[in-house]
Design a protein around this ligand. Structure first.
Ligand code: ADP
Ligand code: MG
Length: 236
């Protein structure tokens, strides 16, 4: 076991016209390699802000964040981008696919930034599409497939760099129940069979149940943190 995420006393303030708002008010959490964590909590409690910091898309105001045992606080912008691109795969609620690019090109995109040759990019993208069950559709545009299939493409894109950690902010938020369950099964398989660490935000208990650990945010702080089953029983 090794720590993929180690966070101490993390805070985040936003500066708005109305003044300074404190959105994360001292978060401490450690996530080990191979964990499957669901983050829940009311709207506005800071979940997305927290995920953006985990993903190095945004910086904390104070506190320390070690990603894959590297202190992100002291890294240059370039080194941080390299660390992010080699360790993390992102999945968003809105899929965020490029509408005019084929599914293969969408999946291959992170490899462009990694400087991988065109031939290898296409081969690896095709393999990833196959792994999410979309091999026959490689030349299609995103608009030609369903929402569930689009999210599979987004997951394939997140996996193409072989990340240790998948971060997903409400990945099933735009999907119907059955499709959501299929996507969650895919995350479960990645976690169980490939040992990928998964951290995802959801507001649906049925979705959170796929995770082994549940973290509950309330007003910028972690209110509960424990095994999913026990917390679900407590909530009932
Ligand atoms: P959640 O994902 O739990 O719904 P967010 O992290 O998106 O919560 O937002 C937490 C709080 O921070 C909200 O009150 C939101 O309005 C505020 N907020 C989020 N992003 C910004 C920003 N870029 N500038 C100012 N306030 C923000
Ligand atoms: Mg959010």
């Amino acid at each position: 076991m090794s720590e993929v995420i180690q966070i101490t006393h993390l805070t985040k303030n936003y500066y708005t016209d109305a003044g300074e708002v404190c959105v994360l008010k001292g978060v401490d959490i450690t996530i080990q390699s191979g964990e499957f964590v669901a983050i829940m909590g009311p709207s506005g409690s800071g979940k997305s802000t927290f995920m953006n910091i985990l993903g190095c898309l945004d910086k904390a105001t104070s506190g320390e964040y070690f990603l894959n045992q590297t202190n992100t606080t002291s890294l240059s912008k370039n080194d941080l981008a390299t660390l992010r691109n080699t360790v993390i795969g992102f999945v968003f609620q809105g899929f965020n696919l490029l509408p005019r690019k084929s599914l293969i090109d969408n999946v291959a995109l992170p490899l462009v930034y990694a400087g991988v040759s065109l031939h290898e990019r296409r081969e690896r993208a095709k393999m990833m599409l196959k792994s999410v069950g979309l091999e026959p559709f490689g030349t299609y545009l995103p608009t030609h497939i369903s929402g569930g299939q689009q999210q599979r493409v987004a997951i394939a894109r997140a996996l193409v760099n072989h990340p240790k950690l998948i971060l997903a902010d409400e990945p099933t938020g735009n999907l119907d129940t059955k499709t959501s369950q299929e996507i969650m099964q895919l995350f479960s398989d990645l976690n169980e069979k490939e040992g990928i660490t998964v951290v995802l935000v959801t507001h649906e208990p049925d979705i959170a149940e796929y995770a082994k650990r549940l973290v509950n945010f309330v007003d910028g702080k972690i209110q509960h943190d424990g095994p999913t089953t026990r917390m679900m029983e407590k909530a009932q």
